[in-house]
Design a protein around this ligand. Structure first.
Ligand code: PLP
Length: 376
Protein backbone atom coordinates (compact mmCIF):
# COMPACT_ATOMS: atom_id res chain seq x y z
CA UNK A 1 0.00 0.00 0.00
CA UNK A 2 1.25 3.47 -0.92
CA UNK A 3 2.32 5.29 2.24
CA UNK A 4 0.54 8.60 2.84
CA UNK A 5 2.76 11.14 4.60
CA UNK A 6 1.67 14.15 6.64
CA UNK A 7 3.62 16.76 4.65
CA UNK A 8 5.47 16.57 1.36
CA UNK A 9 6.69 19.95 0.09
CA UNK A 10 6.03 20.53 -3.59
CA UNK A 11 8.99 22.20 -5.27
CA UNK A 12 8.75 23.35 -8.88
CA UNK A 13 12.33 22.27 -9.53
CA UNK A 14 12.88 23.67 -13.02
CA UNK A 15 11.24 26.98 -12.21
CA UNK A 16 13.28 27.28 -9.01
CA UNK A 17 16.55 26.49 -10.80
CA UNK A 18 15.79 29.19 -13.36
CA UNK A 19 15.08 31.65 -10.57
CA UNK A 20 18.29 30.79 -8.71
CA UNK A 21 20.52 30.75 -11.79
CA UNK A 22 21.18 34.52 -12.06
CA UNK A 23 22.25 34.65 -8.40
CA UNK A 24 24.69 31.77 -8.93
CA UNK A 25 26.03 33.21 -12.17
CA UNK A 26 26.53 36.61 -10.59
CA UNK A 27 28.31 34.96 -7.66
CA UNK A 28 25.95 36.72 -5.24
CA UNK A 29 23.91 34.43 -2.98
CA UNK A 30 23.54 36.69 0.05
CA UNK A 31 20.98 39.40 0.70
CA UNK A 32 20.66 41.73 -2.27
CA UNK A 33 18.51 42.03 -5.36
CA UNK A 34 16.66 38.72 -4.94
CA UNK A 35 15.84 39.23 -1.28
CA UNK A 36 14.68 42.79 -2.03
CA UNK A 37 12.53 41.48 -4.88
CA UNK A 38 10.92 38.85 -2.65
CA UNK A 39 10.26 41.46 0.04
CA UNK A 40 8.65 43.76 -2.56
CA UNK A 41 6.51 40.96 -4.00
CA UNK A 42 5.45 39.87 -0.51
CA UNK A 43 4.41 43.44 0.33
CA UNK A 44 2.45 43.66 -2.93
CA UNK A 45 0.80 40.27 -2.32
CA UNK A 46 -0.17 40.88 1.31
CA UNK A 47 -0.69 44.64 1.23
CA UNK A 48 1.49 44.83 4.36
CA UNK A 49 3.60 47.97 4.34
CA UNK A 50 6.89 46.51 5.53
CA UNK A 51 8.56 43.16 5.06
CA UNK A 52 12.05 42.02 5.92
CA UNK A 53 13.25 38.61 4.75
CA UNK A 54 14.91 36.38 7.37
CA UNK A 55 16.42 32.93 7.70
CA UNK A 56 13.43 31.63 9.72
CA UNK A 57 10.24 32.58 11.51
CA UNK A 58 11.93 31.72 14.80
CA UNK A 59 14.47 34.45 14.06
CA UNK A 60 11.57 36.74 13.19
CA UNK A 61 9.73 36.10 16.45
CA UNK A 62 12.93 36.67 18.42
CA UNK A 63 13.43 39.99 16.63
CA UNK A 64 9.76 40.91 17.11
CA UNK A 65 9.88 40.53 20.90
CA UNK A 66 13.37 42.06 21.18
CA UNK A 67 12.61 45.13 19.06
CA UNK A 68 9.20 45.79 20.66
CA UNK A 69 10.79 45.37 24.10
CA UNK A 70 13.35 48.08 23.32
CA UNK A 71 10.85 50.32 21.56
CA UNK A 72 8.41 50.27 24.49
CA UNK A 73 10.94 49.99 27.30
CA UNK A 74 9.74 46.64 28.65
CA UNK A 75 11.79 45.19 31.47
CA UNK A 76 13.03 41.73 32.32
CA UNK A 77 10.14 39.51 33.36
CA UNK A 78 7.39 41.65 31.82
CA UNK A 79 4.60 39.40 30.60
CA UNK A 80 3.44 38.36 27.16
CA UNK A 81 0.06 36.63 27.00
CA UNK A 82 0.40 33.73 24.62
CA UNK A 83 -0.91 30.27 23.78
CA UNK A 84 0.55 27.01 25.04
CA UNK A 85 -0.92 25.25 22.00
CA UNK A 86 1.85 26.06 19.53
CA UNK A 87 5.31 25.13 18.34
CA UNK A 88 7.74 25.93 21.18
CA UNK A 89 9.43 28.45 18.90
CA UNK A 90 6.64 30.94 19.67
CA UNK A 91 7.24 30.85 23.41
CA UNK A 92 11.00 30.24 23.45
CA UNK A 93 11.54 33.51 21.61
CA UNK A 94 9.60 35.38 24.32
CA UNK A 95 12.00 33.91 26.89
CA UNK A 96 15.00 34.68 24.63
CA UNK A 97 13.94 38.34 24.74
CA UNK A 98 13.97 38.28 28.57
CA UNK A 99 10.17 38.32 28.82
CA UNK A 100 7.77 35.89 30.47
CA UNK A 101 5.23 33.79 28.57
CA UNK A 102 1.92 33.71 30.45
CA UNK A 103 -0.42 31.20 28.86
CA UNK A 104 -4.07 31.85 28.18
CA UNK A 105 -6.37 29.04 27.04
CA UNK A 106 -7.61 28.23 23.53
CA UNK A 107 -11.09 28.24 22.00
CA UNK A 108 -12.86 25.89 19.59
CA UNK A 109 -10.63 27.15 16.74
CA UNK A 110 -7.59 25.97 18.77
CA UNK A 111 -6.50 29.63 18.83
CA UNK A 112 -6.05 32.00 21.76
CA UNK A 113 -9.36 32.66 23.52
CA UNK A 114 -9.77 36.42 24.09
CA UNK A 115 -11.92 35.84 27.21
CA UNK A 116 -9.20 33.71 28.81
CA UNK A 117 -6.55 36.25 27.77
CA UNK A 118 -8.57 39.14 29.23
CA UNK A 119 -8.84 37.32 32.56
CA UNK A 120 -5.04 36.96 32.74
CA UNK A 121 -4.02 40.54 32.03
CA UNK A 122 -1.85 41.78 34.90
CA UNK A 123 -0.08 45.09 35.60
CA UNK A 124 2.99 43.56 33.95
CA UNK A 125 1.26 42.42 30.74
CA UNK A 126 2.79 44.20 27.75
CA UNK A 127 1.55 42.33 24.70
CA UNK A 128 -0.48 39.44 23.34
CA UNK A 129 0.93 36.88 20.95
CA UNK A 130 -1.69 35.28 18.69
CA UNK A 131 -0.93 32.15 16.65
CA UNK A 132 -3.05 31.55 13.54
CA UNK A 133 -2.99 27.80 14.05
CA UNK A 134 -3.27 25.79 10.86
CA UNK A 135 -4.23 28.96 8.97
CA UNK A 136 -7.26 29.70 11.18
CA UNK A 137 -7.86 33.26 12.32
CA UNK A 138 -9.99 32.24 15.32
CA UNK A 139 -11.06 35.28 17.33
CA UNK A 140 -8.17 37.44 16.08
CA UNK A 141 -10.49 40.45 15.70
CA UNK A 142 -11.54 40.27 19.38
CA UNK A 143 -7.94 39.80 20.49
CA UNK A 144 -7.08 42.93 18.52
CA UNK A 145 -9.84 44.87 20.30
CA UNK A 146 -8.63 43.56 23.64
CA UNK A 147 -5.13 44.85 22.87
CA UNK A 148 -6.48 48.23 21.82
CA UNK A 149 -8.60 48.50 24.99
CA UNK A 150 -5.68 47.72 27.30
CA UNK A 151 -2.88 49.45 25.39
CA UNK A 152 -1.13 46.14 24.65
CA UNK A 153 1.03 45.39 21.61
CA UNK A 154 -0.08 42.57 19.30
CA UNK A 155 2.33 40.04 17.82
CA UNK A 156 0.96 37.63 15.22
CA UNK A 157 2.75 34.33 14.74
CA UNK A 158 1.52 33.87 11.17
CA UNK A 159 3.74 30.87 10.48
CA UNK A 160 0.74 28.97 9.08
CA UNK A 161 -1.00 31.93 7.48
CA UNK A 162 0.66 32.61 4.12
CA UNK A 163 -2.35 33.34 1.93
CA UNK A 164 -4.93 33.44 4.75
CA UNK A 165 -7.34 36.34 4.29
CA UNK A 166 -9.77 37.77 6.81
CA UNK A 167 -12.67 39.62 5.18
CA UNK A 168 -10.55 39.76 2.03
CA UNK A 169 -7.53 41.26 3.81
CA UNK A 170 -4.33 39.25 4.15
CA UNK A 171 -3.37 38.07 7.65
CA UNK A 172 -0.99 40.42 9.44
CA UNK A 173 -2.91 43.67 9.16
CA UNK A 174 -3.78 45.18 12.52
CA UNK A 175 -0.86 43.57 14.35
CA UNK A 176 2.19 45.55 15.47
CA UNK A 177 4.21 42.82 13.86
CA UNK A 178 3.42 39.64 11.92
CA UNK A 179 5.91 36.84 11.33
CA UNK A 180 5.57 34.25 8.56
CA UNK A 181 7.41 30.95 8.14
CA UNK A 182 8.61 29.61 4.81
CA UNK A 183 10.08 26.42 6.28
CA UNK A 184 10.00 23.37 4.00
CA UNK A 185 6.88 21.90 5.59
CA UNK A 186 4.86 25.12 5.68
CA UNK A 187 2.40 26.02 2.96
CA UNK A 188 4.83 28.43 1.25
CA UNK A 189 7.85 26.15 1.23
CA UNK A 190 11.44 27.26 0.69
CA UNK A 191 14.00 25.19 2.57
CA UNK A 192 14.21 27.45 5.63
CA UNK A 193 13.29 31.13 5.80
CA UNK A 194 10.74 33.61 7.11
CA UNK A 195 9.43 37.15 6.88
CA UNK A 196 8.93 39.81 9.55
CA UNK A 197 6.38 42.52 8.85
CA UNK A 198 6.32 45.47 11.23
CA UNK A 199 3.52 48.01 11.02
CA UNK A 200 5.91 50.85 11.93
CA UNK A 201 8.51 51.59 9.20
CA UNK A 202 11.01 52.72 11.88
CA UNK A 203 10.88 49.26 13.41
CA UNK A 204 11.34 47.68 9.98
CA UNK A 205 14.57 49.71 9.71
CA UNK A 206 15.57 48.52 13.20
CA UNK A 207 14.91 44.90 12.17
CA UNK A 208 17.30 45.29 9.23
CA UNK A 209 20.09 46.27 11.61
CA UNK A 210 19.26 43.64 14.23
CA UNK A 211 19.20 40.87 11.61
CA UNK A 212 22.81 41.59 10.62
CA UNK A 213 24.77 41.84 13.86
CA UNK A 214 23.39 45.30 14.67
CA UNK A 215 25.41 46.79 11.85
CA UNK A 216 24.27 50.19 10.66
CA UNK A 217 25.63 50.67 7.19
CA UNK A 218 23.50 53.77 6.70
CA UNK A 219 25.28 55.91 9.27
CA UNK A 220 28.52 55.70 7.38
CA UNK A 221 27.13 56.01 3.85
CA UNK A 222 25.20 59.06 5.05
CA UNK A 223 28.23 60.76 6.58
CA UNK A 224 30.81 59.68 4.02
CA UNK A 225 28.44 59.80 1.06
CA UNK A 226 30.34 57.20 -0.95
CA UNK A 227 30.70 53.47 -1.39
CA UNK A 228 34.36 53.71 -0.48
CA UNK A 229 35.56 52.31 2.86
CA UNK A 230 32.98 49.53 2.76
CA UNK A 231 34.34 48.08 5.98
CA UNK A 232 33.49 51.23 7.88
CA UNK A 233 30.15 51.09 9.57
CA UNK A 234 28.68 51.68 12.98
CA UNK A 235 27.35 48.89 15.21
CA UNK A 236 24.32 49.91 17.24
CA UNK A 237 23.03 46.69 18.81
CA UNK A 238 24.15 43.28 20.00
CA UNK A 239 22.45 41.96 16.86
CA UNK A 240 22.07 38.52 15.33
CA UNK A 241 22.84 36.74 12.05
CA UNK A 242 19.22 36.40 10.99
CA UNK A 243 18.86 37.85 7.47
CA UNK A 244 17.72 35.70 4.54
CA UNK A 245 19.69 34.87 1.39
CA UNK A 246 19.18 34.94 -2.38
CA UNK A 247 18.74 31.18 -2.75
CA UNK A 248 15.86 31.03 -0.28
CA UNK A 249 14.35 34.23 -1.73
CA UNK A 250 14.37 32.66 -5.20
CA UNK A 251 12.55 29.59 -3.87
CA UNK A 252 10.10 31.91 -2.12
CA UNK A 253 9.43 33.93 -5.27
CA UNK A 254 8.47 30.78 -7.15
CA UNK A 255 6.30 29.45 -4.31
CA UNK A 256 4.55 32.81 -3.94
CA UNK A 257 3.55 32.77 -7.61
CA UNK A 258 1.68 29.52 -6.98
CA UNK A 259 0.46 30.21 -3.43
CA UNK A 260 -3.19 31.09 -4.12
CA UNK A 261 -3.58 28.16 -6.47
CA UNK A 262 -1.89 25.78 -3.98
CA UNK A 263 -4.00 27.02 -1.07
CA UNK A 264 -7.15 26.57 -3.15
CA UNK A 265 -6.18 22.92 -3.60
CA UNK A 266 -5.57 22.62 0.15
CA UNK A 267 -9.09 23.94 0.74
CA UNK A 268 -10.36 21.36 -1.72
CA UNK A 269 -8.58 18.62 0.24
CA UNK A 270 -10.12 19.97 3.46
CA UNK A 271 -13.52 19.96 1.83
CA UNK A 272 -13.09 16.30 0.83
CA UNK A 273 -12.04 15.46 4.38
CA UNK A 274 -15.05 17.36 5.77
CA UNK A 275 -17.42 15.50 3.51
CA UNK A 276 -15.92 12.11 4.23
CA UNK A 277 -15.77 12.60 8.02
CA UNK A 278 -19.09 14.40 8.48
CA UNK A 279 -20.97 11.21 9.35
CA UNK A 280 -18.48 10.11 12.02
CA UNK A 281 -19.54 11.29 15.50
CA UNK A 282 -16.27 10.03 17.04
CA UNK A 283 -14.32 12.61 15.02
CA UNK A 284 -14.54 16.27 16.03
CA UNK A 285 -13.63 18.69 13.27
CA UNK A 286 -12.43 22.26 13.76
CA UNK A 287 -15.09 24.82 12.83
CA UNK A 288 -14.43 27.35 10.06
CA UNK A 289 -15.28 31.03 10.11
CA UNK A 290 -17.12 32.25 7.08
CA UNK A 291 -15.17 35.50 6.73
CA UNK A 292 -11.84 33.65 6.66
CA UNK A 293 -10.16 32.32 3.54
CA UNK A 294 -7.97 29.74 5.26
CA UNK A 295 -4.51 28.84 3.93
CA UNK A 296 -5.26 25.33 5.21
CA UNK A 297 -1.74 24.64 6.32
CA UNK A 298 -3.23 21.89 8.53
CA UNK A 299 -6.31 19.70 8.61
CA UNK A 300 -6.88 18.83 12.26
CA UNK A 301 -9.37 16.58 14.04
CA UNK A 302 -9.89 15.61 17.68
CA UNK A 303 -10.38 11.97 18.66
CA UNK A 304 -10.38 9.90 21.84
CA UNK A 305 -7.45 7.48 22.32
CA UNK A 306 -5.36 9.59 19.98
CA UNK A 307 -2.07 7.70 20.39
CA UNK A 308 -3.82 4.43 19.62
CA UNK A 309 -5.52 5.92 16.56
CA UNK A 310 -2.18 7.22 15.27
CA UNK A 311 -0.55 3.86 15.89
CA UNK A 312 -3.26 2.05 13.93
CA UNK A 313 -3.08 4.57 11.10
CA UNK A 314 0.68 3.99 10.92
CA UNK A 315 -0.01 0.25 10.61
CA UNK A 316 -2.11 1.12 7.59
CA UNK A 317 0.73 3.20 6.07
CA UNK A 318 -0.85 6.55 6.97
CA UNK A 319 1.42 8.93 8.87
CA UNK A 320 -0.40 11.84 10.49
CA UNK A 321 1.14 14.38 12.87
CA UNK A 322 0.33 16.11 16.14
CA UNK A 323 0.20 19.93 16.32
CA UNK A 324 0.78 20.56 19.15
CA UNK A 325 1.55 19.29 22.60
CA UNK A 326 0.46 21.74 25.31
CA UNK A 327 3.70 23.63 26.02
CA UNK A 328 2.80 23.74 29.74
CA UNK A 329 3.34 19.97 29.81
CA UNK A 330 7.05 20.51 28.97
CA UNK A 331 9.47 20.80 31.88
CA UNK A 332 10.62 24.21 30.72
CA UNK A 333 7.09 25.67 31.01
CA UNK A 334 5.90 23.50 33.89
CA UNK A 335 5.28 26.64 35.99
CA UNK A 336 2.09 26.95 33.93
CA UNK A 337 0.95 23.31 34.19
CA UNK A 338 -2.80 23.04 34.64
CA UNK A 339 -3.54 26.66 33.68
CA UNK A 340 -4.98 25.86 30.26
CA UNK A 341 -7.38 22.92 30.54
CA UNK A 342 -8.72 23.24 26.98
CA UNK A 343 -5.22 23.27 25.51
CA UNK A 344 -4.37 20.23 27.65
CA UNK A 345 -7.55 18.49 26.47
CA UNK A 346 -6.84 19.21 22.78
CA UNK A 347 -3.21 18.26 23.23
CA UNK A 348 -4.28 14.70 24.13
CA UNK A 349 -6.72 14.39 21.22
CA UNK A 350 -5.49 16.38 18.25
CA UNK A 351 -4.32 14.78 15.02
CA UNK A 352 -3.16 16.55 11.86
CA UNK A 353 -4.23 14.41 8.92
CA UNK A 354 -2.03 14.29 5.80
CA UNK A 355 -2.26 17.64 4.00
CA UNK A 356 -0.12 18.35 0.96
CA UNK A 357 -0.38 18.98 -2.75
CA UNK A 358 0.54 15.44 -3.74
CA UNK A 359 -2.70 14.03 -2.31
CA UNK A 360 -5.63 13.05 -4.50
CA UNK A 361 -9.31 12.82 -3.65
CA UNK A 362 -8.85 9.07 -3.48
CA UNK A 363 -6.01 9.46 -0.94
CA UNK A 364 -8.22 11.65 1.24
CA UNK A 365 -11.06 9.15 1.05
CA UNK A 366 -8.69 6.35 2.04
CA UNK A 367 -7.39 8.29 5.06
CA UNK A 368 -10.91 9.30 6.11
CA UNK A 369 -12.19 5.72 5.72
CA UNK A 370 -9.37 4.35 7.87
CA UNK A 371 -9.96 7.01 10.53
CA UNK A 372 -13.66 6.15 10.61
CA UNK A 373 -12.94 2.45 10.73
CA UNK A 374 -10.54 2.91 13.66
CA UNK A 375 -12.68 5.38 15.59
CA UNK A 376 -15.97 3.59 15.16
C1 PLP B 1 7.08 26.48 12.12
C2 PLP B 1 6.62 27.38 13.17
C3 PLP B 1 7.45 28.37 13.72
C4 PLP B 1 8.90 28.48 13.38
O1 PLP B 1 9.12 28.62 12.02
P1 PLP B 1 10.61 28.43 11.45
O2 PLP B 1 10.56 29.17 10.14
O3 PLP B 1 10.81 26.97 11.28
O4 PLP B 1 11.54 29.03 12.40
C5 PLP B 1 6.91 29.22 14.66
N1 PLP B 1 5.62 29.12 15.06
C6 PLP B 1 4.81 28.18 14.56
C7 PLP B 1 3.38 28.14 15.02
C8 PLP B 1 5.27 27.28 13.61
O5 PLP B 1 4.48 26.30 13.15
Amino acid sequence: MKPIQLFVPKYRTEEILEEIRPALEAGWTGPGEKTAQFEAEWRAYTGLENAHFLNSATAGLHLAFTILRDRWGWSEGDEILTTSFTFVSTNHTIVHAGLKPVFADIDEYLCLDPASAAARISPRTRAICFVGLGGHAGRYAQVRELCARHGLRLILDASHMAGTRICGVHAGHGADVAVFSFHAVKNLPTADSGMICFQDPDLDREARKWSWMGINKDTFTRTAGSGLYKWKYDVEHLGFKYHGNAIMASMGLVALRHLDHDNAYRRQLACWYDGALAGCPAVARIPQREEVLNSRHLYQILVEDRDEVVRKLNERAIYPGVHYTDNASYRMYSYAAGTCPRAAHASERVISLPMHLGLSEEDVRRVAAEVQDICR
